[in-house]
Write a protein that binds this ligand. Structure first.
Ligand code: IPE
Ligand code: IPE
Ligand code: MG
Length: 237
């Protein structure tokens, strides 16, 4: 990595290709999710070492409930195993785990694990990894609009108070800078309802590598590509 070039403070990652990874090997899709989880553990560690301050990973979308129950159950049990492991390692690695999405539909056991991770994170100051579960970009914007409307109805604010800055305080990503770089492995070139508001000026990087095969080298390749981009934000370079 060229040291004089900027490491993005916030990288967003769409985990994709678990199912195809398994299919290529004649394995059930579930095995792809299992390997994908191991890759998440490794990449969180690598990202922290590279100096990335925020890593936001898309783990389960509001649309992924359309999948067969068996697959959804597998993903939820992998999430449980991931959180149990994280609870043992977060302090050692100084990694804060935070969550984005509507957690209210998770089972009580998962909700308790999420709370436990949040408690540990509050004591740490290292890399922040945002895990997006039951997350949808549209749902995030709608819940923000609802909460702002409720604050108006309660007399706490009025419609004129709404600016881009105040609206952001109602998003799950409140207080976090927008991702400079969005990486999507797995070959698809779409957002799939991820971070619709936050990605307004993100640099997109796509790769055909399937998520379970993603590695530190792939992350470095994406960062290198990012460092060569000319970001103009509507102005002139
Ligand atoms: C990503 O892999 C994991 C989730 C969306 C939960 P997929 O399961 O979408 O894998 P493909 O796209 O079918 O290969
Ligand atoms: C996006 O992957 C959602 C997550 C990675 C959690 P999908 O596999 O669900 O996206 P589509 O269906 O290909 O757009
Ligand atoms: Mg997919």
């Amino acid at each position: 990595m060229e040291e004089n070039l900027k490491i993005p403070a916030h990288v967003a990652l769409i985990l994709d290709g678990n199912g195809r990874w398994a299919k290529k090997r004649g394995l059930p899709r579930q095995m792809g999710h299992k390997k994908g989880c191991e890759t998440v553990e490794q990449i969180v560690e690598d990202a922290a070492r590279l100096g990335i301050q925020y890593l936001t990973v898309y783990g389960f979308s509001t649309e992924n409930w359309k999948r067969p129950k068996e697959e959804v159950d597998t993903i939820m049990s992998l999430l449980k195993a991931y959180l149990l492991e994280a609870i043992d390692t977060m302090e050692r690695d100084n990694v804060r785990l935070c969550f984005m999405g509507d957690m209210s539909v998770l089972n009580d056991e998962l909700k308790a694990l999420v709370d436990h991770c949040n408690e540990i994170s509050a004591k740490l100051d290292g890399c922040q990894c945002n895990i997006c579960i039951n997350y949808g970009g549209r749902a995030e914007i709608v819940q923000a609009a609802r909460r702002f409307a409720a604050d108006c109805a309660n007399g706490n604010c009025s419609p004129e108070d709404l600016t881009e800055e105040t609206f952001e305080t109602y998003l799950y990503s409140q207080g976090i800078p927008s991702p400079e770089l969005l990486i999507r492995p797995g070959g698809e070139q779409r957002l799939s309802n991820f971070l619709l508001w936050q990605c307004a000026y993100s640099e997109f990087y796509y790769t055909d590598v399937l998520w379970p095969d993603f590695s530190k080298e792939e992350l470095q390749k994406a960062i290198l590509a990012f460092q060569r981009r000319n970001r103009r934000f509507g102005g002139l370079s």
